[in-house]
Design a binder for this molecule. Structure first.
Ligand code: PGA
Length: 254
């Protein structure tokens, strides 16, 4: 029998939000909604500087994530924020390997993998992002790229219970062009099979694989119908009222 996987929706606010817009979003949209946290993990990821504010405002049940963590840990690393500091602050999640980190800040597969290890050691849960760019998709090497990215992480994923894999095709992020449900399902299935082969059957059935890239209230309903899509990582739409609908779309999975 297929193991049930709890639906997961992350709101990646990126470098957006001010004290007043955050108070508005949480006070008027997120807190008033009766989310069923028994059946969905709702993980809000503001900038580092807004983490304490968001923690203090969100009602119980929500979880909070950072968008990055340092590879180097505590010490003489000016400007870096370590997984240890995040844990100390009561943060339980971190997004690692997002394509914007990989492409704008030069994070290699090895750096991402090292960050995953350090974060897991610090007892954070990790949303580990993978995904191909447009050129790679057009060259039909999507599976090779995903395999390379996952293989780099494999040795450093010391606890699969605390990892969510986010498939985010780079060409779909912030573009308004989401992957079709079939395109997403194909890669999610590929990822699940990779985990089955390389890690184990139990891990492949338990690990949540979420989709990200222009998810909206308009397309979440069809995406959620795909067997191997266990939730979403939402950028632009997580700053709007429609984020609630995206979270609620998980009910169709029950
Ligand atoms: P988007 O971003 O929903 O704005 O496409 C997704 C992401 O970057 O995680």
């Amino acid at each position: 029998m297929k193991a049930a996987r709890k639906f997961f929706v992350g709101g990646n606010w990126k470098s957006n939000g001010s004290v007043s817009s955050i108070k508005d979003l949480i006070g008027k949209v997120l807190n008033p909604h009766p989310f069923d946290f028994q059946s969905v993990d709702v993980v809000i990821s503001p900038t580092f500087v807004h983490l304490p504010l968001v923690q203090s405002l969100l009602k119980p049940g929500f979880q909070v994530s950072a968008q990055n963590a340092s590879l180097t840990g505590p010490g003489a690393y000016t400007g870096e924020i370590s997984p240890e500091s995040l844990k100390d602050l009561g943060i339980n999640w971190v997004i690692l390997g997002h394509s914007e980190r990989r492409s704008f800040y030069g994070e290699s597969d090895e750096v991402v993998s090292g960050k995953i290890k350090r974060s897991l050691k610090s007892e954070l849960n990790v949303v580990a992002c993978v995904g191909e760019n447009l050129k790679e998709r057009e060259s039909q090497i999507t599976n090779d790229v995903i395999t390379r990215q996952l293989s780099a992480m494999k040795g450093n994923i010391i606890d699969w219970n605390r990892v969510v894999i986010a498939y985010e095709p780079v060409w779909a992020i912030g573009t308004g062009v989401s992957a079709t449900p079939e395109q997403a399902q194909e890669v999610h299935d590929f990822i699940r099979n990779w985990i089955r082969r390389e890690v184990g059957v139990g891990e492949s059935e338990k690990t949540r694989i979420i989709y990200g890239g222009s998810v909206t209230e308009g397309n979440c309903g069809v995406l959620v119908g795909m067997k191997d899509i266990d939730g979403f990582l939402v950028g632009g739409a997580s700053l709007k009222k429609s984020f609630v609908d995206i979270v609620e779309s998980g009910k169709r999975k029950l």
